[in-house]
Design a protein around this ligand. Structure first.
Ligand SMILES: O=P(O)(O)OC[C@H]1O[C@H](O[C@H]2O[C@H](CO)[C@@H](O)[C@H](O)[C@H]2O)[C@H](O)[C@@H](O)[C@@H]1O
Length: 377
């Protein structure tokens, strides 16, 4: 996949022009004129790039061994431990150029929002909390919670996660937010209000995979049993989906664990598999993902077909790509990928880690406070 394919040619040109103008204004590079920068971009685009991490391919119809091998390859690629080769440095240049830091481009992003209603969407693991070995201990810092509280005072804010709602809420503990758990299959509005859209006060807005609950519970029990023999393996029940964790499993046992998952999944054609960070996720094979959840939430907020909205989605995982794709297709808002390493992505910008996410969100709060203040003057 090339940058042209990910973005579409005219959108890519638009982005490059935007980038050239912004670099030219900020003096961050010795080349100053926009045409010079455009020619430089052309040169970089013409170079081959090899090492971007590819999204997991659709494995339906492939044999078990091929499937398992491709999951393992992709898991290895997303956890590089080697020193960089020269071609990887070249990829890093591509990466920084086409997915610049959202902190460096903050003014540009705010300029693009152009008086529209900003709505903030945030993934949880790897975005608001650092990745840790024990999924039950992925706590968010106090500083991040305070930042989120501030963000929610100024903008409608939603957390969109693979986690089940209860666990997500136990980590975040802010009732003023929207939550989309189980990869968007369990959506809840703020519970600090007296009434919600549906008139009840538990905040539930949508559960599109309800009928799959018995099947998911059945598969959970089977997977726990089947993976017992693999040291370090853990199966997490996220209500409408399951996560099989590889992080504490020795690399030599990854194939055996993936094989167990594949064998179980073969018996359940109504379930599908996606991949995250050292995790395989099993979920209902319905057309619902984080991108659909984002669209649903925009609709619930009254922005279904509106041009007057500017969604900002920040996430670190493959499952967040569905949301980035929605933004890119709508030609609306900004997708921001949290990553230190080059990855194929539909996001426009990057942040390195959760601490940069916090910094970006605090800039957003300050920007809002300053712009509201200047409107009052
Ligand atoms: O959509 P997210 O909020 O990013 O949730 C995706 C999965 O995140 C969790 O797993 C990841 O984080 C763990 C804690 O840092 C880490 O140990 C694991 O290796 C990562 O894959 C969560 O445990 C999963 O259930 C989520 O689906």
């Amino acid at each position: 996949m090339t940058n042209q394919n990910v973005l579409g040619k005219s959108r890519l040109n638009e982005r490059l022009m935007e980038l050239a103008m912004s670099i030219s204004n900020s003096n961050v590079l010795p080349r100053t004129s926009v045409p010079e920068l455009m020619a430089w971009f052309d040169g970089i685009l013409a170079q081959p790039k090899n090492n971007f991490i590819k999204p997991l391919e659709d494995n339906n119809g492939k044999g078990t061994t091929t499937k398992v091998n491709s999951w393992i390859d992709s898991m290895r690629a997303s956890s590089p431990t080697r020193t960089k080769h020269r071609s990887e440095n070249r990829d890093q240049t591509h990466w920084t150029l086409f997915h610049p830091s959202a902190l460096n481009m903050f003014n540009q992003i705010m300029y693009n929002s152009n008086g529209k209603q900003i709505v903030v969407f945030l993934d949880y693991d790897g975005t608001l909390s650092p990745i840790v070995t024990d999924p039950d201990r992925a706590f968010m810092s106090k500083k991040m919670r305070a930042t989120l509280k501030d963000i929610a005072k100024h903008f409608p804010t939603a957390i969109v996660s693979g986690r089940c709602l209860d666990k997500l809420f136990s980590f975040v503990r802010l009732s003023e937010l929207y939550y989309a758990g189980s990869h968007g299959m369990d959506i809840k509005g703020p519970t600090n209000r007296r009434s919600t859209k549906k008139g009840n006060n538990d905040g539930v807005l949508l559960q599109p995979a309800n009928e799959f609950l018995p099947m998911i519970n059945e598969v959970y029990k089977i997977l726990v049993e089947k993976t017992k023999c693999v040291p370090g393996a853990m199966v997490e029940n996220n209500k409408f989906c399951l996560s099989v964790h590889f992080r504490r499993v020795a690399e030599k046992s990854w194939a055996a664990l993936a094989e167990q998952v594949s064998l179980v999944l073969n018996e359940y054609p109504k379930l599908k598999l996606t991949q995250g960070r050292k995790v395989l996720e099993i979920r209902p094979a319905i057309k619902w993902d984080k991108g659909r959840a984002l669209e649903f939430l925009l609709e619930s907020l009254g922005f279904a077909n509106s041009n007057n909205v500017f969604p900002i989605y920040i996430g670190d995982d493959r499952t967040d790509e569905d949301a980035f794709k929605v933004l890119s297709n709508r030609g609306q808002g900004s997708g921001i990928l949290v990553s230190k390493i080059p990855k194929e992505t539909n996001a426009s910008y990057t942040l390195q880690d959760p601490s940069e996410v916090g910094e970006f969100l605090r800039h957003l709060v300050d920007w809002k406070r300053t712009s509201s203040h200047s409107h009052k003057l």
